[in-house]
Write a protein that binds this ligand. Sequence first.
Ligand code: TXA
Ligand code: MG
Length: 324
Amino acid sequence: MSLCEITLPDPSNILYAAQLLVQGKLVAFPTETVYGLGADAENTQAVASIYQAKGRPQHNPLIVHVADLAMAERYGVFSDAAMQLAQVFWPGPLTLVLRRRPDCAASPLVSAGGETIALRVPGHAVAMALIQALGKGIAAPSANRSGRVSPTLAQHVVTEFAGGEPGPVLVLNGGATEIGIESTVIDGTGKNLRILRAGGVALQALQQVGTMDETVLPEQHKSMLLSPGLLESHYAPRALVRLGITSLRPGEALLAFGPTPFHAPVMRNLSPAGNLEEAAHHLYAYLRELDQPGTATIAVMPVPEEGIGVAINDRLRRAAAIRT
Ligand code: TXA
Ligand code: MG
């Protein structure tokens, strides 16, 4: 049984959290997307304990959170195109995968032994204060057990790590995270920028700035739609997930979007008004709330494939993917 304390993110607790990071311990903290499970990115043992706490495969690299562009440049090599995106979208829900600098002090484990490093400047005062107090990058995946629903509340983090491997010793409580869905991950190592994961920054916003390789995302989506079973299961509640419903079956819990003709004893509406930002904000908390022991299946109404709806649908498809 791991002991994990939730505290207010006041300056003294943030300083204490930074001291815990210096000692190689794990601290969970809020960002504008989801809660992160943080470790000193330059301490290999601490980074190793992230993988252990999450049960995360060693080949899946971690995002290093930095305070600003200057700190990012200590770790990664920016192409002109990547620099342009950083200048427009940082701080914010955008992660850039770059080549590691030859003198990069981040643990090789954050890169899963590879030559690239994922960097992001989070748009959240608590995350920012914690990074500044530590004075170096914080490696942080979402603060959930691997494959499970990401946490958008401090209490979600505690629930994830109750009774399992040693988890975070402290959670800085920033309340509900604003965006509610993870950052957009961009491969900035090549000539063209490529989207690796849909997220808080929409494709359209990216295209207005950088030379996006437009073919990547739509193609990926086509294959996901044709064959969701091929997807790696992720973001998964314990109940099964049925997508794009046109009718409701007896006993199903309902995750609605917009005005709904369906009524279920157990239901949540992501956004009665049909607002996609609101839906992203509620998505993970509602999946958790619907995922009760008595619920075998969560039925999900269609969500439009536009703006942040692309990221919402990506997460829902992974939640519905075949679990092995
Ligand atoms: O919003 C977010 O991105 C949150 C908050 C805490 O910042 N973090 C997050 O981390 O979602 P995680 O570990 O759950 O997801 C990171 C994603 C994974 O899909 C991982 O494979 C990818 O980023 N990634 C990390 N480093 C990479 C690298 N060097 N090359 C390619 N992909 C990388
Ligand atoms: Mg995650």
